[in-house]
Write a protein that binds this ligand. Sequence first.
Ligand SMILES: Cc1cc2nc3c(=O)[nH]c(=O)nc-3n(C[C@H](O)[C@H](O)[C@H](O)COP(=O)(O)O)c2cc1C
Length: 311
Amino acid sequence: METVNAKKKSALSVTIGQLQLANPVMTASGTFGYANEFDSLVDLDCLGAIIVKGISLQPRPGNRPPRIIETACGMLNAIGLENVGVERFITDKLPYLKQLSSPVIVNILGDSIEDYAALAARLSDTEGIAALEVNISCPNVKKGGVAFGTDPAMASAVTSAVKKATSLPVIVKLSPNVTDITQIARAVEDGGADAISLINTLLGMAIDIRTKKPKLANVVGGLSGPAIKPVALRMVWQTAQAINLPIVGIGGIGTTEDALEFLMAGATAIQVGTANFYQPTAANEIIAGLKQYIHDQGLKSIREVINSLQV
Ligand SMILES: Cc1cc2nc3c(=O)[nH]c(=O)nc-3n(C[C@H](O)[C@H](O)[C@H](O)COP(=O)(O)O)c2cc1C
């Protein structure tokens, strides 16, 4: 009980549904491996949470290379959701993650609603997992490949199926590749999500003008990094006006100032993604920077910053 109370009192602590976090800074799925890769570079025990690479029922090899290219102020990736599969995740990766002090959130992905529900049930039975983050950017193979995250009815259905299958807090991660993000956010809220995270990558492409070929073998890929920050911030702000759930902001966050912008726009917590590749200590530095900011501003808690934007 003492640790829970200590967390409640801490100036940086935030609450996402039933999830109590010591601070609002998490590492984003797919940019932080299974954490052990960052062992020698990052203080892994002080993070708000660690979100692991997206896990599917079966292992996936991912797409052919080239799968990553650099762009102006960002990168394009078409990794193709390569991962070790849920069983190897539990036996090979989770034991290391479990001995860290930071909570572990597992990002899940599937080709059908049944896949998502089966993953949620399997991970619910496993010790050492604080919450699930549901990646709905994947195509529903059964329904002809339409991404779950672009169809409000499917987004709602996958959310309620996952909620039924697990007692863990469920954070649904939205795709920005839609006309109206608030429509999908409302559908996911109706489906029973405990929180929403946004954004995933924006669809993009790049061409090699010498060969006249796409730079990515997959032709199109997901754009991430500082280039997408203004789009992500706008979507977080719009979504904060539209729903009552806690929001986790993601997209181009690499500095304390970036994190503060997302909190002011209405995010309760944030994730550091692409920045982990060029500045592995970014998450640690943001935690220290937020502490310094509330001290300098004479605030009692970071919670006073959330939704403080004045329009
Ligand atoms: C190489 C790479 C792999 C990613 N893999 C996943 C994934 O498995 N599941 C997921 O939900 N998001 C994945 N993402 C998206 C990130 O978690 C994040 O939402 C996105 O990159 C935007 O944040 P950023 O600009 O800070 O990187 C991946 C991103 C990158 C760059």
